[in-house]
Design a protein around this ligand. Structure first.
Ligand SMILES: Nc1ncnc2c1ncn2[C@@H]1O[C@H](COP(=O)(O)OP(=O)(O)O)[C@@H](O)[C@H]1O
Ligand SMILES: [Mg+2]
Length: 322
């Protein structure tokens, strides 16, 4: 943990996704409910400044202060914008009513949010950071203890999720090697998302790097081993879809040499939408629904400690409805 971080703060979790509508906010809210219920003191933060909607899932309407008050210095300290919720152990920072212009926060604002979040007093902070591969999303994702990528089983969503992990890795490499033009050139040729990729797998880049500079090769190795993204496949409708997270993990390992963790999947479940309409988290309104059972498994893996779904784990009949 960083200097100045309260002893109690054990983990910061970010929830990202390659596009809107994949269930980032629903899952952020559900994980917060379950972690709070397990006895931890949680702060759920709506950091999706472009499309904040966590407040609707929590049923919290207009708090006196929201994120924009902190960013515009109307409030000085981030703890002044934390509001209680009616759910055990869970407090909330809302971005409701976010003013235009803050959808793309400047670097300084982003740094302000990240730094001040570390000063919050909680066991666990969960950030809903929104969609896409903008720098702020990628930085939030990779600067915290656990970055969770939510995808659906649709091929486009899986492909974009792979692209997200690749982009975050590319950014981490660029930050590490910006003072090394020769390495930057190699990275650009090999993985620049905008360029025509000359090299397809990271281990090819690592091979070239090893002969170019053993010192940089070592640095790159440590960038690779410190990046441990987590995957959740949401709105699954069959056993084969439920297993897609494992497949994505395998592809990420093969082509990007990144060891991702598959935390599991959440079934498409009408109880989720029905609860959202009532403005009550489904973990509370429908604790026995199949989506809630999936989230409880995910939280178990996340807390004690993050572990992959075993390849051979049977998806039980009462949970899987093909
Ligand atoms: N597992 C699920 N089963 C059914 N509906 C879901 C599920 N997850 C999310 N949804 C619904 O999908 C929609 C988008 O979810 P949301 O969390 O707002 O997406 P995002 O934050 O990624 O934009 C909402 O209507 C939500 O109720
Ligand atoms: Mg959202």
């Amino acid at each position: 943990m960083r200097k100045g971080v309260p002893d109690g703060l054990r983990r910061i979790i970010t929830i990202a996704g390659c596009k809107g509508g994949v269930g980032k906010s629903v899952i952020a809210c559900a994980i917060a409910m379950e972690v709070g219920r397990s006895g931890e003191n949680v702060i759920l933060v709506d950091a999706d400044l472009g499309g904040p909607n966590l407040h609707t899932y929590l049923g919290v309407q207009s708090p006196a202060y929201v994120m924009s008050d902190f960013l515009s210095r109307r409030t000085k300290r981030i703890d002044e914008i934390v509001v209680p919720t009616e759910y055990p152990g869970v407090r909330f920072i809302s971005s409701a009513g976010n003013v235009p212009g803050q959808a793309n926060p400047k670097f300084a604002q982003k740094a302000k949010i990240i730094n001040s979040i570390y000063s919050l007093n909680a066991d666990c902070i969960i950030l809903d950071i929104g969609a896409g591969s903008s720098y702020d999303v990628m930085d939030f994702f990779s600067m915290t203890d656990a970055g969770i990528l939510v995808t659906t089983a649709e091929p486009a969503s899986i492909i974009n999720s792979y692209g997200f992990v690749k982009n975050v890795l590319y950014r981490r490499f660029c930050l590490e090697f910006r003072a090394y033009p020769v390495v930057m050139d190699l990275l650009k040729r090999g993985m620049n998302p905008d360029g025509d990729a000359g090299i397809s797998a990271i281990n090819e880049i690592m091979g070239e790097l090893a002969s170019l500079s053993p010192q940089c090769w070592l640095k790159a190795k440590s960038v690779l081993s410190s990046f441990r993204p987590n995957i959740i496949v949401n709105m699954t409708t069959s056993e084969s879809e439920a297993r897609l997270g494992q497949k994505l993990k395998t592809i990420i390992g093969k082509y990007l040499s990144v060891d991702a963790t598959c935390l599991g999947h959440v079934f498409e479940d009408p109880a989720v939408r029905a609860s959202a309409k009532k403005l009550v988290p489904f973990m509370v309104a429908e604790p026995d629904c199949k989506a809630a059972a999936c989230v409880r498994k995910i939280v178990e893996r996340l807390l004690y400690p993050a572990q992959d779904v075993p390849e051979s784990e049977p998806l039980t009949a009462e949970v899987v409805q093909d």
